[in-house]
Design a protein around this ligand. Structure first.
Ligand code: ADP
Ligand code: MG
Length: 223
């Protein structure tokens, strides 16, 4: 489902160059849950952004489904993201003035899904993440774990084939982190969505089908 081949990315700020990814190659099978581990600064976010089409590589290939992501222009990247990818971030990223249900429905408004169908899908998603009773609450009326559940429901709203989660439990206490990771695990199983999760939490990594590790931008060979 995902192929990454010889990926390189260098950031330049003034005279300083950071080689954030060095010749990274791997594949992710359809329906697989892949964890990317590595210390802060090892290149996890850079890698996820390149897979999700939020950034473009310096060299190398990224293929997601039928999309040759690394060659797409901005308009095609936008379409790819809208149709194929769901994102979950550490900071939840919910819109504060909208209710949980409205936050989940945002993506469906963008795709002009009819209101009846949208409401149905939002209801289904909120119950999938265990928040059927919180539909009308605003983000500030929800706990961190609940907010991340809403964010996961939102990421799945348009039925993406790929889910990208960048340290989704980084702001949660360890018990809540476990339950959010279990939710991601269940979602991957039920919806068959191919998922890449960046995390440095060893307790979460064991929920993954497979783990790769980055160190200073390079893939660490498996022991
Ligand atoms: P991680 O997510 O594993 O913490 P990142 O992918 O965010 O790692 O960062 C990898 C390296 O690239 C780090 O050295 C970081 O400082 C650098 N970096 C990340 N984003 C930028 C940017 N926009 N400009 C310059 N350097 C960056
Ligand atoms: Mg990061």
């Amino acid at each position: 489902m995902i192929t990454v081949e010889g990926l390189n990315k260098t950031y330049r700020t003034g005279h300083v160059e950071v080689h954030a990814l060095k010749d990274v190659s791997f594949t992710v099978a359809e329906g697989e849950l892949l964890a990317v581990k590595g210390r802060s600064g090892s290149g996890k976010t850079t890698l996820l952004n390149l897979i999700g089409g939020l950034d473009t590589p310096e060299s190398g290939r990224v293929v997601v489904g039928e999309w040759e992501v690394s060659t797409l222009g901005e308009a095609a990247l936008q379409r790819m993201r809208r149709e194929t990818v769901g994102f979950v971030f550490q900071s939840f990223g919910l819109i504060p003035v909208l209710s949980a249900a409205e936050n989940v429905g945002v993506a469906l408004r963008l795709t002009r899904t009819p209101a009846r169908e949208r409401e149905e899908r939002v209801r289904l998603l909120l119950s999938l993440v265990g928040l059927a009773d919180q539909a009308r609450q605003r983000p500030y009326e929800l706990s961190g774990g609940q907010q991340q559940r809403v964010a996961i429901a939102r990421a799945l709203a348009h039925k993406p084939r790929v889910l990208i989660a960048d340290e989704p439990t980084g702001q949660l206490d360890s018990e809540t982190a476990q339950s959010v990771m279990q939710l991601i695990r269940a979602v991957v199983r039920d919806q068959g969505v191919t998922t890449v999760v960046a995390t440095h939490d060893p307790l979460l990594i064991r929920h993954a089908d497979r783990v790769i590790e980055l160190s200073d931008g390079a893939l660490v060979p498996r022991a």
